[in-house]
Write a new protein. Sequence first.
Length: 976
Amino acid sequence: MAKVRVYELAKELGLESKQVLATLKDMGEFVRSASSTIEAPVVRRLRDRLDSDGSASDGKKAEDKSAAKKAAPKPKAGSAPTKRASSAGGSAPASAKPSDAAPKPGPKPGVAPGTRAPRPGPRVPRVPGTPGTPRSASQPVTRTTPKPGPAVPKPGPKPPAAPMSEKPAEKKPAENTPKPSAAPKPTPPTGARPTAPKPGPAPKPAPRPGGPRPRPGTPRPGNNPFAPSQGMGTQNRRPRPEGGRPERGGDRPGGPRPQAPAARGGGPRPGGGSPSGIPRPNPAMMPKQSAVGGPARGGRGGGRGRPGGGRGPGGGPGGPPPFGPPGGGGGRGRRGGTQGAFGRGGGPRRGRKSKRQKRQEFDQMEAPSIGGVRVRKGDGQTVRMRRGASLADFAEKIGVDPASLVQVLFHLGEMVTANQSINDETLQLLGAELNYDIQVVSPEDEERELLERFDLEFGENEGDEDDLMPRPAVVTVMGHVDHGKTRLLDALRHSNVQAKEAGGITQTIGAYQVETEVDDEDRTITFIDTPGHEAFTAMRARGAKSTDIAVLVVAADDGAMPQTIEALNHATAADVPVVVAVNKVDKPTADPAKVRGQLTEYGLVPEEYGGDTMFVDVSATKGEGLDELLEAIVLTADAALELQANPEMDAQGVAIEAHLDKGRGPVATVLVQRGTLHVGDSIVAGPAHGRVRALINDVGESVEAAEPSMPVQVLGLTSVPGAGDAFMVVPDDRTARQIADQREARKRAAAQAAGARRKTLDQLFEQLEKGETEELLLILKGDGAGSVEALEEALMKIEVSEEVSLRVIDRGVGAITETNVSLAAASGAVILGFNVRAQGKATEMADRENVDIRYYSVIYRAIEEIEAALKGMLKPIYEEKQLGQAEVREIFKSSKVGTIAGCMVTSGIMRRNAKARLLRDGVVVTETEIGSLRREKDDVTEVRDGFECGLTLGSFNDIKHGDIIETYEMVEKPRD
Ligand SMILES: Nc1nc2c(ncn2[C@@H]2O[C@H](COP(=O)(O)OP(=O)(O)OP(=O)(O)O)[C@@H](O)[C@H]2O)c(=O)[nH]1
């Protein structure tokens, strides 16, 4: 047997489609709409069901009823309700399923009847000719059908629901009165409406011709909160009009409504909005009801919300077997009912929303509000963040919108953009606020993890004892400026590095090896010469870490100085043994004993005093004490250290200095700490990588390999590594590149985080109040990575005022290029060239673009100039300087110039156009300026004390006898 559509079957059976749908639902069959097809077996069962119910309109029953349309309504109502009602326990049940009804009573007593009734109501109006009665009948039926339009017409043709209606009809109520609902109610006898409440209503029904709208009285209470907002709501309302709202009433032909209201109003549906509305599908209600009814979702089964299906109302609450269980047809009924029936479209919309929105709403409910921003909080779980991560990174890890984090931070007083790197404290603050345990991964850990990903390890693991071989001690020479470090090293290796230094200060780190003989044994010592200026503190600190022994140079004539102590602290922190070289002992003012005494206070006790620190008196210029110094170094190393390394492994070490050589490209001076570095090795040094093209030792010779503790220049890198960056040999170029790339990215983020000068809101507002803030932007270019780094560090320490600050927007090794100039031009930055010059057309371009390039070869000169420049950016400070005072003795009125004050200058001078303030009884009345100034009849520029004058105060005319006029000027005050 071919599939048949519901409406076809309904027609065949002489029923309303909705009735058929309702019955199907009752049978547990899910049929979406009247146009849906149903299988033959289902049709058979349906027929059986209808037959057994007797409701089936045996075909034409309907026709018979045609006359009784009105009755029909009730029946329908009844029927429909029945199902629903059943759940609701409405009266309807009586008709359709008495049994059901009975049980249901509890649920929505009044509802059922009433509910249905209402439905009709609405439609009624449309029903043309039919006065109340007919409509009611039809309506109920129609109602299911939703479509307003169609509904109207249907009334006539369609006899009310056959099955359902029939019973009710029989019950007569229907017949009497058009009110279907009314009719049903009477039925209640079945006990449907246990709730008693509506006894009254039942009777009333009769009155209501237009009665259909039964629901009036009771606003569908249970209806649901949603109703209003949804399409449904509206409809519901309509029917409701208690007492038949005029509006509708008017429309309706049947005008009768009024009565209905009363009737219904009675109170049928106590609780439930849907009572009468049986038919009315209330999408909104559905959910609720189903929920109430119990089986929340199950409802679906009932038939997705087919309107007719009694989905809504009835089903809901009571949820009697048929409808109830399933969830009451409730489920989603929106589709059927809402859409079509009410033509609102609200239904579907709602449905769509619920999926997405519900989740969002749920999330939001869960999310606490921080300063008005809702962000889901954590449960204290740990979130690992790399140093310098951005809000976007954090947001991604915790699955929230970065914008919301920006807002949260804003409320916490930090203004940060989503992609900006944030510092550790801010990250922690945010984490604490959102209840996450933030673990900022240190660069060291990050580095370790990075290498682990490539199965590499940088460290001391050099294999077994057998693999280890003695290696030279690596020594760092430290000390106060000009105490003779360079000269001493120079003396030790018989070269003259010092002469090449500009400004007399060591600018770069050099490393050299010196041979000596101790106890008839040849020993090699590697020296790292660190710069002495304070600006190089960072490099010196690194130097201390990469060395075995520190030689502290102290001038015998000067004694321990601040940087001597600082250097000592670095050595101590690095747990490096110290050998003190008391230099310049050749000087007449030299006092080596004093130096020993001073350093004793800092924990360096000379051996001769019973301590374990070796002090050696030397004279770098005269070459005295050098052998003793070397011997002291070797002895100290032998005594305190076990200097060994595995020369067989892949080389690892540290880059001491690097620069960009015009002819050779990036050149890095590295110190091999373990393993042996060979030409041809793939290496990665910080963010630089490459393959070793050549190795050059400290005396400029090309070598094939560099063993532990040997300083060597490496050629072949693709870029310039930073001073202090670790280097290591890796399996292949690809690995080297990948590691370098990741380090580069990390470095960028970290630099951004460190460099970003975040201002709190308070600070910002403070500065805004003071006026615009100024920032000096710089681009640094130098001959070596160490120099550039040192310069930047020194510059960043300059503190002139809160109002001005400086920021390095770019830095690099090598000549100043056109790229640098164009960046400077675009950003308004100044370029500082340290031991480098503009290259090619960069100078020309700088002139054209008006870019300021400054060249330096001595670091502190750069610092001085930048400091001066920053001071120059400060806004001038003005202070008030009083000019004089005059007393008003006469007042003259002039139609041309206003009020003229005849004054006696009591002190100083009155000057034309000078700033002035008028004082009355010691109170400033106005701040203005002297307008015209006359002495006798002549205009003058100023009048001195002891003289009378006439003056005007701008447009201020409220001058009185006895007022004091004070003049002053603002004078720029020099800054400190
Ligand atoms: N009389 C005397 N003068 C010395 C001796 N050693 C160094 N000088 C002088 O001290 C001055 C500074 O020497 P440098 O070697 O440049 O000192 P430094 O510690 O390397 O200085 P910076 O590079 O600025 O840190 C130079 O004029 C040297 O000639 C010494 O043993 N005796």
